[in-house]
Write a protein that binds this ligand. Structure first.
Ligand SMILES: [Fe+2]
Ligand SMILES: [Fe+2]
Length: 378
């Protein structure tokens, strides 16, 4: 996967079609910097652009395009298959969507003004993720199984939390088995890369941390069920973020004095949510509760230090930072592994430097040639 595709994956492309300047502006503003949005006043030009390079999602303001243009779009003289296009139709009242269903298919999403940023972004992300998850079907099983099983697990955890139901640890355990196999088989680097196309960042980050922790553990000789602690602990470590407001989680700039405690609180929330699970391993709880603690006592939430932090806490602190640095977000590019290791080294006594060099060796020895090349040229 080259730099070009990675950029595209990082910032999904959204086309907005509306006759009304104010509506185009409004929709673009609502999507914000999380997406690369392009607006079109002219439906025919939009159609040509879609054909040339289809966006990840198209939003049609049906109140503000002419009926004959809708017919043009739906009659499909251009060869665009709208029924298979991730599409959001925006209207004023709702009843106008009935006709549209026949034209655009049932899978389109219909929403009405007034719109708010978070729900709109969520629909766009859902459409993107449906396409991303469908594309995983075409990958070799060694890659598609760990991805599919963990994303399903993550969704079921999110649903359980939403409904106030207990999280099923056994199923998390089962879902991580193909990930452990992938690490054993050496396909973990493909997982780390491929998963980034997904647009649920907490899932992406958690899956990457799970992969890296499993790799770390496998590299230092941890076997059997103990490897499961690392993979499930990694997958569940930020569960508390599922109840953290998106506007704080996705904030591109620095968090202010009111926002920072809410962000930090995700650790306490993770501990509470996981603490309610019957058969969860102690190790997974340690990973969730202590991945932001630092050996010099500068971490949070408890400011634990030195021998209060066992190997699991130390490993997860390193991997959590490394995972975040090497991941692309809508507001920051992915740092190459070498740069991330340099940053971790500069953290001195805050993290376990011996463990860091072990992790560095394990990670680097399994890096693909293509990745090594990228590091050299980055
Ligand atoms: Fe965290
Ligand atoms: Fe994390």
């Amino acid at each position: 996967m080259g730099t070009e595709s990675r950029e595209k994956l990082t910032l999904p492309r959204v086309f907005i079609i509306s006759r009304e300047t104010a509506h185009r502006k409004k929709l673009k503003n609502l999507l914000g910097r999380h997406f690369e949005s392009k607006t079109f006043e002219d439906t025919h030009i939009a159609g040509e652009a879609i054909l040339k390079n289809p966006p990840d999602v198209t939003i049609v303001d049906i109140e503000r395009v002419w009926q004959n243009e809708i017919n043009w779009l739906s009659m499909n003289p251009s060869g665009i298959n709208f029924k298979s296009l991730p599409l959001i139709l925006v209207g004023a009242r709702g009843e106008e969507f009935e006709d549209m269903k026949a034209l655009f298919g049932d899978s389109s999403h219909y929403i009405t003004w007034p719109l708010e940023a978070e729900p709109l972004r969520e629909i766009v992300s859902t459409l993107i993720n449906e396409a991303v998850e469908a594309s995983w079907e075409e990958l070799p099983q060694s890659l598609s199984r760990p991805l599919k099983m963990t994303v399903e697990e993550y969704q079921s955890i999110a649903t359980a939390i939403e409904n106030g139901e207990p999280i099923d640890y056994k199923s998390a355990d089962k879902s991580c088995a193909p990930l452990i196999e992938a690490v054993r088989g050496g396909t973990h680097h493909d997982i780390l890369k491929t998963v980034q196309a997904h647009h649920n960042y907490t899932y992406v980050h958690s899956m990457r941390v799970a992969t890296l922790l499993t790799l770390f553990g496998y590299g230092i000789g941890i076997k059997g069920d103990d490897l499961k602690i690392l993979s499930t602990g990694g997958l569940l470590h930020d569960t508390g973020k599922l109840v953290t407001p998106l506007k704080i989680l996705d904030k591109p700039g620095k968090l202010d004095d009111d926002e920072w405690p809410i962000m930090k609180n995700h650790v306490t929330r993770s501990g509470e949510l996981l603490g309610d699970i019957d058969n969860i391993t102690k190790g997974a709880i340690i990973i969730a509760e202590q991945h932001h603690e630092k050996i010099d006592g500068s971490g949070y939430p408890r400011g634990l230090k030195g021998s209060q932090l066992n190997d699991l806490a130390r490993m997860s602190a390193i991997v959590d930072i490394f995972g975040a640095l090497t991941d692309a977000r809508s507001y920051k590019p992915a740092f190459p592994a070498e740069k991330a290791f340099a940053i971790l080294e500069s953290m001195d006594a805050a993290i376990d430097q011996n463990m860091l060099s072990m992790f560095r060796e394990i990670f680097s020895s399994t890096q693909t040639e293509e990745e090594k090349e990228l590091v050299k040229t980055a």
